[in-house]
Design a protein. Sequence first.
Length: 456
Amino acid sequence: MRPSRRHLLGGSAAALAFAGLTRYAQAQTADVHRNQIPGYGPLVTDPEGLVDLPEGFSYQVISQAGQTMDDGLFVPGKFDGMGCFAGDGTEVILVRNHEVKLRHTDLGPTGIGHQLRDQLDPAKVYDTYEDGRPLGGGTTTLVYDLAEQRVVRQFLSLTGTSTNCAGGITPWGSWLTCEETNARAGEGVHRDHGWVFEVPSRATGLVDPVPLTAMGRFEHEAACVDPRTGYVYLTEDREDSVLYRFVPNTPGRLADGGRLSAMAIASRSGADLRNWETPFWEQGESYLVRWVPLDHVESPDDDLRARAHAAGAALIARGEGIAWGEDDFYVTATAGGVRRFGQIIRVAPGVGDDPCRAELFYESQDDQAYDYGDNLTVAPWGHLLVCEDRYSTEINHLRGITPEGQAYTIAHNVHAGNGEFCGVCVSPDGSTVFVNIQDPGLTLAITGPWRSLQRS
């Protein structure tokens, strides 16, 4: 008898996912909200009730939670961060996080009741519950053919971790997957959590689950790498978070260890960049920064950010998405801003003796234009693509931000389950935008005239 797995989809969205059909925008126009520039034009109502897109764009559901993968395991639930890598020929490789928390006991790859647990090599499982059941967090890898618009194969690539939220791609072709938890050994599990793990995109199965402990133990959100130096920049999803920098002992070999520090404004020790009580900066304003060295980074008491701030590090309101651009990177501060609708901070780290500067690149004054930006990526055409994370039927979008700091709407998530957009990334050729809907667990491939954006 084939093992069962409760399907997480319902109604027409389920039929769409199983059929693997591409749905095109229909004639009825949906609300575009308050774009700062026209962008791709008005959104068009999706007859499937999943995602509204502009005219000329279409999506395909290419993967969903509960499917049986090529390795015989189930696609885990709670899709989150994701990276896209060039593959062979017309193929790309997607490495996808699963934010399966300790309480999500039946959303992992072994199914309800862990019926497939014997299919996992115990040496490849980072941690288990006290009764020996494997934790359900980790990553899956999908190989997708852009020309044929189909998944070639998908399989589990990291398992036994918890709450894998976002992460980041590396210049050497791996995915850094980050645990957004501070669970301790003895609290229902056997090992400490709150680490970064590395998953090579070319892996063909489960990788060895090695925690990169020198990168700190905290509620990790995302990471990006400066390709010029190999330095890794890391965010933490807390209202009193800081921005971290990891300088590896050996660039490109993170397991060799390194030094962790936190960003501080050079002229204002302990600056509060959130603009909550007393606004610190305005959009377009920038400051020189310095980096505060940190010690005891394995932080058993979950106090790393507090110690960093006490040493002068700047406060950020829920640092979440982070992505490398050309010679700079962008950080979403999800709850930042005077109106707490969200900020985007741009950091130009420089090389060698070059100065490092942080700029308030964008601060939302209108939640109908941009609200609670979370995961983000820098598209090949130079714009930011940002997933909103408000859990609202009215505000749950994929937004674009121009290099001049103007917001526009790309897609509206209208699925009845109201799960957040996450994991946005773009194929290297710029033809396809991939994005997840966390619940019920869907990965979409969106195609269309991406370079036809209207500025006025």
